[in-house]
Design a protein around this ligand. Structure first.
Ligand code: GDP
Length: 456
């Protein structure tokens, strides 16, 4: 199995990242004698990627006098052993002299390097992340191990850096190590042999047909049946990286609008049909006029129908100042769609083809999240401390007692909270729990359902 080493100076969050990737249960302590005694190895997973993670954080716990030496030795071993280096900096602290020292050492190792700017959950942290460009080790990924942010980008980077064999077969995918994006002890409903159903939605002229054609790799929509001819299927199948995709054919809309120059009007029935067909909806925005009212109602529809969502910022080729703009629009998405906070927002150009693969990667990753089942054990290890630190308020003198939580269903994740008088839990507290679930288990781009059951 390919090895990924997590390298960085003390306190940048290496252990938290290790635990994120490995899942606490599987974090084995390597008990070989000698220099490796400080080293932890575990089986890491993100969605369908499997790899061995080497953590070098353990050595920080020993005698501080000898830290430098041990660290050097440890890092050297990890560097020579691994296939991919994940180099971690603290985005809030920016790039320090020690970071540069490490950077020089890992550059010499001559292996693929992924730079994670950890603790980037705050705006300030994100700025710090940009400093890491100066290391010359490639684009840093803003990351938050604590909040589970950036896993999608790390996934992308690992897909590029690891050999193809790191990707599990669909058959294997439900077994073995837990998914980082939610464990699957109960087994998931994900069946990767079935085509993944996708609908591309958006306002007229957002570029849906152009994008669909690009994904299909040819002008199949345009050369399809003439307007007016009844199609026997509403979907077109294609394959991407060996994965079957079934795309909802919104081209009918286009042909009609071409013929009669229709006013820009959202056909609600068409949208609903597409959303119900889809597992993942790509909401395609025109990046030059993003987040119009119609865009937001489409996102609402996706939420209400319980589908997974990825936002595409199309016509990105027309945008100046791309990285600032991307950040702004991501923040805007979180602000305007608090019920789907963290949803992937991918700049793309259907016209040039730029980032279309990235968009599809996010679709596949979000689909996996949508299918995720989190084990009852894991849920309750999270729930206990969360409820202890902030208990639900008493409602009209009645004490609310939360006992436990389970996730009986996925697609979208559905949780049930058991206890006394839990039906009286106020909305604000439910939101607190839902936000906590989203952050802790990386439930990005999917609606979360939470239901309350008293008694028992
Ligand atoms: P639809 O109504 O959403 O299906 O939109 P179309 O695919 O018909 O595209 C509407 C217009 O936007 C056409 O003139 C396209 O050429 C243009 N367009 C689509 N995608 C892009 C893009 O990525 N960049 C640019 N610059 N133009 C685009």
């Amino acid at each position: 199995m390919s090895k990924v080493a997590i390298i960085g100076r003390p306190n940048v969050g290496k252990s938290t990242i290790f635990n994120r990737l490995v899942g606490r249960k599987l974090a084995l302590v390597d008990d070989q004698p000698g220099v490796t005694r400080d080293r932890r190895e575990g089986e890491g997973r993100i969605a369908d990627l499997a790899f061995t993670v080497i953590d070098t954080a353990g050595l920080e716990e020993g005698d501080p006098e000898t830290l430098a030496g041990r660290m050097r030795a440890q890092t050297e071993t990890a560097l020579s052993d691994c296939d991919v280096i994940v180099f971690v900096i603290d985005a809030r602290a920016g790039v320090t002299g020690t970071d540069r020292h490490f950077a020089a050492a890992i550059r010499r190792a001559g292996k693929p390097i992924i730079v994670l700017a950890n603790k980037a959950e705050s705006g300030a942290g994100r700025d710090g992340a940009y400093e890491a460009f100066s290391l010359g080790l490639g684009d840093p990924i803003p990351f938050s191990a604590e909040h589970g942010q950036g896993l999608g980008d790390l996934y992308d980077a690992l897909v590029d850096a690891l050999p193809a064999s790191a990707r599990l077969d669909p058959d294997e995918e439900d077994e073995g190590a837990p998914l980082v994006l939610g464990e699957e002890e109960d087994g998931s409903e994900l069946d990767a042999t079935k085509p993944l159903r996708i609908a591309v939605l958006g306002r007229p002229n957002a570029g849906k047909s152009t994008l669909l054609n690009r994904i299909l790799g040819e002008d199949r929509l345009l050369t399809g049946p003439e307007p007016g001819i009844t199609r026997d299927s509403i979907a077109i199948e294609t394959e991407w990286r060996g994965r079957k995709l079934k795309l909802f054919d919104t081209a009918g809309l286009r042909r009609r609008s071409r013929v009669v120059e229709k006013v820009e009007k959202l056909a609600v029935a068409d949208a609903l049909r597409a959303v119900r067909f889809a597992e993942v909806v790509v909401l395609l925005l025109d990046a030059t006029i993003p987040f119009e009212k119609q865009d937001l109602s489409l996102a609402d529809l996706v939420e209400q129908e319980g589908r997974a969502l990825v936002i595409g910022l199309n016509k990105w080729d027309l945008i100046d100042n791309k990285s600032d703009r991307a950040r702004e629009l991501r923040e805007e998405a979180d602000r305007l769609l608090p019920q789907l906070r963290g949803t992937r927002v991918v700049p793309v150009s259907g016209l040039t083809g730029a980032h279309v693969d990235k968009l599809l990667e996010e679709v596949v990753a979000t689909h996996a999240i949508w299918n995720t089942r989190i084990s009852t054990g894991r849920l309750n290890r999270w729930l206990g401390p969360v409820v202890d630190s902030t208990p639900p308020p008493a409602v009209s003198g009645r004490r609310i007692k939360i006992r436990y939580m389970t996730q009986p269903k996925a697609r979208p994740p559905f949780f049930v909270l058991f206890g006394n008088s839990v039906e009286s839990i106020p909305e604000s507290y439910k939101r607190y729990l839902v936000n906590g679930l989203r952050e802790t288990f990386g439930l990005i781009g999917v609606p979360i359902r939470l239901s309350m059951r008293s008694g028992g």
